[in-house]
Each structure stands twice: as C-alpha cells, then as structure tokens.
Ligand binder design. Structure first.
Ligand code: NAD
Ligand code: KPL
Length: 297
C-alpha cells in the first residue's frame, strides 16, 4: 500500500484486520520512524478509534512487489511508481485510486509490464492527525480495466470493502471528473459550500452543457447523459459540505486541478472543441491559485 493517507489507511486497515498481509510503503526513513513512534495507523470509525500496527517500510526496501495499491494524490502517482519501479515484479498488478484522469495513463506508460486496474470511489475519509484517519462516508468503489476481473476481488469482499467490477471504468471516471469540474472550481471561486452554487444555477448549467459536449466527443455518451440533473442532485445532497478542492485551497494545499479541469481542457483542445466557459473557468481558477501562491497544475 503506497500512501498511508486517508484512503490508503482506510483500505490498509480493512485488509489487515481480516488477516491479509498488508505492508505500508512510507516516503522516507523520517516518516517510517514517525510511524513507529505512533505505534501504527489509527482509524476512527462510527466514533470509535482503534490502533492497527500494520508493518511498514520505505520505498527502497528489498522485497519484490506483486500487488500494489497506489493511494496517493494524482500529482504524486508517477514520481511514486518511478521510485518503486525496480521492485515491481514482472506482471505486477496495481490498483490506481486517483481521482480525475491523466495520472492513470501516465503510470501505465511507465510500467508497460504491469497490469493497472483503475478505481473510482465514493467512499470518504480524512486525516485528523498524523497516521490517524476518520472514516467519514460509506460508499462504493468501482474497479476495472480492459481485462477480466482479478481473483483477488474476493479478498476485498472478505475485507468488507464494498466494490464492483466495472467494464466501463473510464466512463465512471469521466462522469466523476465532469461532476467535479462543474462543482469544485466554482466553490473555490465563490468561496462557498456546495449548496452555495444554487445561487449560480445558470453558470453551472452552462458548464454542464460544455462538459456533456466534451464527454460525447470523448466517446463517453453514457457519461454525458443527464449530467446537469446529477450535478444539481449532488449540489443539493452535499449542500453543507465544502468540496475537496475548496478544502485543499483553504488549507493552502496543492489541488488536483491538472487532473480535473486541466484534463478536460486538454481533451477539448485535442478534439479541437471550442468550450469557452470551461476555458474561462480554468483561467479564473489559475489566477485565483496564482494569487495564493498555489501550484497551477
Ligand atoms: P492523502 O493526501 O490523504 O494521502 C496520500 C498519501 O500519499 C499521503 O500520506 C502522502 O504522504 C502519500 N504519498 C505521496 N507520495 C508518496 C510517495 N512517493 N511515497 C509514499 N507515500 C506517498 O490523499 P487521499 O485523500 O487519500 O487521496 C488519494 C486519492 O484518492 C486522490 O486522488 C483523491 O482525490 C482520491 N479520493 C479521495 C477521497 C477521500 O475521501 N479522501 C475520496 C475519493 C477520492
Ligand atoms: O467529489 C466531490 C468533491 O468534493 O471532490 C463532490 C462532493 C462530488 C463535489 O464535486
């Protein structure tokens, strides 16, 4: 398991507590010694905290890796696997838990001998201390690639990780990307909770129309279907929440913009589509990030 952050910890704990042999890969010796001082991962679930002393190592450790769950942010995915490439056994299988699109292809291109299974999740978790994670929202994870479902899905079932194999994982990732593009940047620009976008319904609708056009040009007709209605439902259902991008920017953290809006704009350009509202949104967001000294990609 690379990335002992929110989602990585959530997966590691559930796999480890049913006796599966999980190992955490931490960034460097300093993180490893901090982890040893903490005594393990702490997961807060239904208000109860429990400590899980899962074994951990650094990327340079010796044992070969046959299965890797990559649970870092999209912008960390390529540097993380490059560091581990020499440890990956021939035919190793990776599960890529990154949100957005772009990082998965970049990882697969660097690991031609490996199988890369893509994942998209509606589960929610956040860190509220070093090696301490709160399981904030039950959800579901879809996994898929061009091949047959792997036998190890049974292990996810045994660990109580709600999941399904998806023959259309790209469609799921595109749909989630479109939802994120229609909601997250505007919540940053208007500094509001998701529900605050009800006051900008016209702007949201215009973005949805352009995003749906993009999806259709990217061979994702199903993902384009009913996009605006779903965006409106999500805004209503999550009205009290701050979007993940809003939280990142508010905390002065790098956002995954390059793999969300950035990917959408790059694909629009590739298809020679003129999507003026999407482009203008990207420029406004980049100006906003630049003013705060945050990375633009
Ligand atoms: P996170 O920041 O909580 O955790 C990422 C972890 O990866 C960090 O601990 C970081 O130190 C570690 N990491 C990065 N590079 C590393 C390296 N080279 N070696 C070792 N460790 C490394 O992130 P997260 O919230 O778990 O998000 C992971 C992905 O899942 C993101 O793409 C996010 O958008 C997506 N996602 C998260 C949630 C959620 O609720 N947290 C929900 C849906 C999707
Ligand atoms: O996924 C989200 C996020 O905040 O990243 C939602 C809640 C769907 C808003 O786009």
């Amino acid at each position: 398991m690379l990335g002992a952050g929110s989602l990585g910890s959530l997966w590691a704990v559930r796999l480890a507590r049913v006796g599966l042999p999980v190992r955490l890969i931490l960034r460097d010796p300093q993180r490893l010694s901090a982890y040893h001082c903490a005594g393990g991962l702490r997961l807060v679930e239904d208000g109860m905290e429990q400590l899980y002393p899962i074994p951990a190592e650094i990327p340079d450790a010796a044992p070969p890796i046959r299965r890797l769950l990559l649970a870092c942010k999209a912008y960390d995915a390529v540097p993380a696997v490059e560091h581990l490439a020499s440890r990956l056994a021939a035919g190793a299988e990776l599960v890529l838990l990154q949100n957005g699109l772009g990082s998965q292809d970049a990882v697969a291109a660097r690991l031609p001998g490996c199988r890369c299974v893509l994942a998209s999740t509606t589960e929610g978790a956040f860190r509220d201390g070093d090696f301490r994670v709160v399981f904030a929202g039950r959800g579901h994870t879809w996994l898929g690639d061009a091949g047959q479902p792997p036998a190890w899905l049974d292990e996810l079932a045994a660990a109580g990780i709600p999941h399904a194999w998806s023959e259309t994982i790209h469609g799921r990732l595109w749909r989630k990307l479109a939802l994120n593009c229609a909601i997250n940047p505007l919540t940053v620009l208007y500094d509001c909770r998701n529900g605050g976008l009800q006051a900008y319904a016209g702007e949201v609708a215009e973005l949805c129309a352009e995003l749906a056009e993009l999806l259709r040009h990217c061979d994702q007709r199903d993902a384009a279907e009913g996009l605006q209605e779903e965006v409106e439902r999500v805004i209503q259902a999550t009205a009290a929440n701050y979007s993940s991008m809003h939280q990142d920017v508010a905390r002065g953290r790098r956002s995954e913009i390059a793999y969300l809006l950035g990917h959408a704009c790059r694909e629009a350009e590739r298809h020679k589509l003129h999507l003026s509202r999407l482009k203008a949104l990207q420029q406004r967001l980049q100006r906003h990030l630049a003013e705060r000294g945050l990375p633009l990609d």
